[in-house]
Ligand binder design. Structure first.
Ligand code: K1U
Ligand code: ZN
Length: 170
């Protein structure tokens, strides 16, 4: 089932999310819906608060061509970050058609629980590293525009307010 993606500004995109205690049928269905919603958008990642669910769940697939590699990460945590940084022009499905360069650690090690309830750990590099950090930020109520200066952030927010007014008019 495709879910609606919230558009910034929305108070739910600014709040920290709650940890997931166990994998239930509801969580498995949410993960499946989020992957379907992400592929349809299209995007390379999606976090639960973007579909209005305040739980610590993200999905990702950064394979642009070739065999898809869908991932669902519950309670993801960065446990190590490289000192070297990389800059990527990021976008966000909650801030459509707006892109800006964001500098983040080039490589991160993340620990999470998978959909079987097992603990997992992996080092991410390149676009995967950028994406996993962007998605974990969503779980903490942080957007990529929060890395920009106030003027640029305000300009993008005003554009999104206008877009939402136009969408509401139909
Ligand atoms: O979290 C999101 O809003 C999804 C976002 C993830 C992301 C993109 C770029 C850098 C970091 C994180 C997106 O997927 S925006 C769309 C996008 O990047 C894309 C869309 C189609 C093909 C390839 C990329
Ligand atoms: Zn985003």
């Amino acid at each position: 089932m495709i879910r609606d993606i919230l558009i910034h500004p929305d108070p739910r995109l600014k709040k920290p999310c709650d940890p997931i205690a166990e994998v239930t049928a509801e969580i498995s269905k949410l993960a499946a819906d989020m992957l379907e919603t992400m592929y349809e958008a299209p995007g390379i990642g999606l976090a639960a608060p973007q579909v209005g669910v305040m739980k610590r769940l993200i999905v990702m697939d950064c394979i642009k061509q070739g065999t898809p590699e869908p991932m669902a990460l519950l309670n993801p945590e960065v446990i190590w970050s490289s000192e070297d940084q990389s800059t990527y022009e990021e976008g966000c499905l909650s801030i459509p058609d707006q892109y800006a360069e964001v500098k983040r650690p080039a490589s991160v090690t993340v620990r999470w629980m998978d959909l079987t309830g097992a603990a997992q750990e992996r080092q991410f590099e390149g676009l995967w590293a950028t994406c996993v950090q962007h998605e974990i930020d969503h779980l903490n109520g942080k957007l990529f525009i929060d890395y920009l200066g106030p003027l640029k952030r305000q300009m993008i927010t005003r554009k999104m307010e206008k877009l939402k007014r136009e969408m509401a008019r139909g």
